[in-house]
Design a protein around this ligand. Sequence first.
Ligand SMILES: NC(=O)c1ccc[n+]([C@@H]2O[C@H](COP(=O)([O-])OP(=O)(O)OC[C@H]3O[C@@H](n4cnc5c(N)ncnc54)[C@H](O)[C@@H]3O)[C@@H](O)[C@H]2O)c1
Length: 434
Amino acid sequence: MRIAMIGTGYVGLVSGVCFSDFGHDVICVDKAEKKIEMLQAGQVPIYEPGLDVLMAKNVAAGRLSFTTDLAAAVDGADAVFIAVGTPTRRGDGHADLTYVMAAAQEIAQSVTDYTVIVTKSTVPVGTNRKVHEAVLEANADADFDVASNPEFLREGAAIDDFMRPDRVVVGVESDRAAEVMAEIYRPLYLRDFPILTTDLESAEMIKYAANAFLATKITFINEIAGLCERVGGDVKEVARGIGLDGRIGNKFLHAGPGYGGSCFPKDTAALARIGQEHAYPMQITETVMRVNDGVKHRMIEKIRDVCDDSFNGKTIAVLGVTFKPNTDDMRDAPSLTIVPALIGGGATVRVVDPQGRAEGLALLPGVEWCDDPYTATADADAVVLLTEWNEFRALNLSDMARSMKSPRMVDLRNIYSKSAARKSGFETYIGVGR
Ligand SMILES: NC(=O)c1ccc[n+]([C@@H]2O[C@H](COP(=O)([O-])OP(=O)(O)OC[C@H]3O[C@@H](n4cnc5c(N)ncnc54)[C@H](O)[C@@H]3O)[C@@H](O)[C@H]2O)c1
């Protein structure tokens, strides 16, 4: 199959590289010239474990290339995937479809033979039909079908998720489009990964429903954590106890500083907005968004408590600022709410993150960047563990405690235990929900 992938962000680049590894001929397109220059030079513009090696392998095999020339990439392609951003529209929470519709119009002008135009971006129900109309409007003679193929990969584990998915969802309206999609995903089908072929609207809704459900699960355990802090109980034990129930499952039950990232905040907001526009409020999702906001602010109060009720004049070391480990993505990371509150309260904030610095420099003005956790915590009044990078899972707590002005730890990921921290010389240890 010949595939054009429009957008080389976290989803487009991973999908393009993986499709080429399936044996397809893939051209990845982006408007951002700098990104394409880097990719053509063999550099990966994002941090995603394993992506550099897989990319190099498929470029060397002649199956993968990069261009800014959308028309050339689309000409003769069997399928064109739209994997551009759908951020929150300013003001109302709706998914901003500007990039998707712009891509659709450009594609329309370049399609030659029969092509399936596939939306991989997360888009509200009805968008694929709008893409269909937009293409026809721009090119009445275009021979094409649209398909919805939402993506479920997780940053940090994206390649494995793409190669070994829980399921692939495909929304189509014609047998011809279904055949092209089946051919593209044949390597997964042959290995018995479930491929759900359905209608356009169901496919679009599956993506929002999945993300809203996961955001709800995280928020539920975060709320239970808050109650544990008042009435007793350790949320880690509670999560284990309920997670062993097969109906509940143990994933997404880690209490922490609230969900963030490039998907959950914007997708819950978009789903809530869709509900409002159709006079059918998504009450659970709206509550989840509100509670999650409260969780982040509760974390600030936790840190303030440990700092004797004032950030003023304190030096606080923050370990991890990306929204989760193994990514450089800072979009909607809890750190973007928490760190400015510390600085605003008069604290000096030192930050360490294995991959977040390049993005974080602009997003977290006023922090001091350090290269390792021990430099960051030397002479500090408190350390906040905010993102659970492996690098922070086996710290020498005794060395750390000894070098701090006052050895106090706020562990927002429950990596350590109170007894271990105390034994290592920390005078205060506070986790989440314990
Ligand atoms: N990031 C994730 O973990 C994830 C997971 C599942 C689904 N999604 C969805 O996938 C979509 C893409 O997300 P992302 O994180 O990869 O976004 P991203 O912002 O990292 O990448 C989008 C890319 O598209 C490019 N682009 C925009 N318009 C273009 C055009 N007309 N032609 C060529 N390139 C264009 C941009 O320059 C950018 O490089 C979103 O809808 C998102 O909700 C993301």
